[in-house]
Unconditional design. Structure first.
Length: 77
């Protein structure tokens, strides 16, 4: 079976170090990211991580459409 639809949205379940890193990378590549994590302060921690990583991602080079504004946080799946 072939999957030929373009991917525009990425779901991240768990926003610890690994989930936050993937979130930042996908945002820098122009994807919309929807993340969820039940931990207290997870959204604030994720946004802080992305903000701190963004200058390095800019140095590497952002893809068209890259924006931290494309991050959405959901309190539950």
């Amino acid at each position: 079976m072939s999957y030929d639809k373009p991917i525009h949205r990425i779901a991240i379940v768990g926003t610890g170090v690994i989930g936050a890193s993937w979130s930042a990378l996908y945002l820098a590549r122009g994807f919309e990211v929807i993340a969820t994590d039940p931990a207290p302060n997870a959204e604030a921690s994720l946004r802080k991580y992305v903000d701190e990583a963004w200058p390095q991602l800019q140095t590497i080079g952002l893809s068209p459409g890259a924006s931290r504004d494309r991050l959405t946080f959901a309190n539950d799946m």
